[in-house]
Design a binder for this molecule. Structure first.
Ligand SMILES: [Zn+2]
Length: 217
């Protein structure tokens, strides 16, 4: 019998989710992360092709409304402009960055395909946003370490990713996107907060979370 793979976050051996056809997923019994079998990870070309299909533009009123609501729920209650913001995984059309600039933040975009400039790692930020990004990460533990380091004390990581604990995973639409490779539950967010030393300030709407770096960190 094959050994259970280690969880991508907490390194706990994680059993296969039974009863699903391909691809295979594993469910961590400790932090509740669900992650895909690494042999099904999409390569860079495939990821870029799928991201380019997203209609994440200013012309898409529903998309702009969704991001406005995200900022209202996660950023504005905790951090007031001016300040430095990073949109991590900004995608092909940086609408969120534009909305934050309109609010008075100074905004840097990073995206491995569409804004790959490495200078973003040379600053610290009062706000880091990740909208529909965490579910694409192939090495989430490494990225959380990096994002925690890039936050100023008191700064926030504002997250949007659909939480799997509200859904029947076997029929969940969210896993049908082949670039969605790991899925978080409320317990996963609690584990992330505890492990890196964030304060979990907010979880809501089945998809939002606000993680704050302590002022003394
Ligand atoms: Zn885990």
């Amino acid at each position: 019998m094959e050994r259970a793979p280690w969880c991508w976050l907490c390194m706990t051996p994680s059993p296969l989710i039974e009863g699903l056809s391909e691809p295979a997923y594993y469910h961590c019994p400790r932090c509740q992360l669900i992650f895909i079998d690494r042999k099904y990870l999409p390569d860079g070309d495939k990821e870029r092709r799928i991201y380019e299909l997203h209609e994440n533009t200013w012309e898409n009123a529903g998309y702009v409304r969704m991001l406005t609501r995200f900022l209202d729920e996660t950023v504005h209650p905790f951090i007031q402009p001016p300040g430095r913001a990073l949109d991590f995984g900004s995608g092909p059309g940086p609408v969120l960055a534009g909305l934050m600039m309109q609010c008075g933040f100074s905004v840097t975009c990073y995206d491995p395909y569409f804004s790959p400039d490495s200078k973003w790692e040379q600053s610290q930020y009062d706000v880091i946003t990740t909208t529909e990004v965490l579910e694409h990460l192939h090495h989430p533990a490494r990225e959380f370490s990096r994002l925690f380091r890039l936050l100023t004390p008191g700064g926030i990581l504002a997250v949007m990713t659909q939480h799997h604990d509200d859904h029947d995973f076997s029929t969940w639409w969210y896993r049908r996107d082949p670039t969605h490779v790991c899925f978080y539950a409320l317990e996963t967010l609690r584990w992330i907060a505890g492990h890196w030393g964030f304060l979990l300030r907010k979880v809501g709407n089945g998809k939002y979370a606000v993680l704050q770096k302590p002022s003394s960190a």
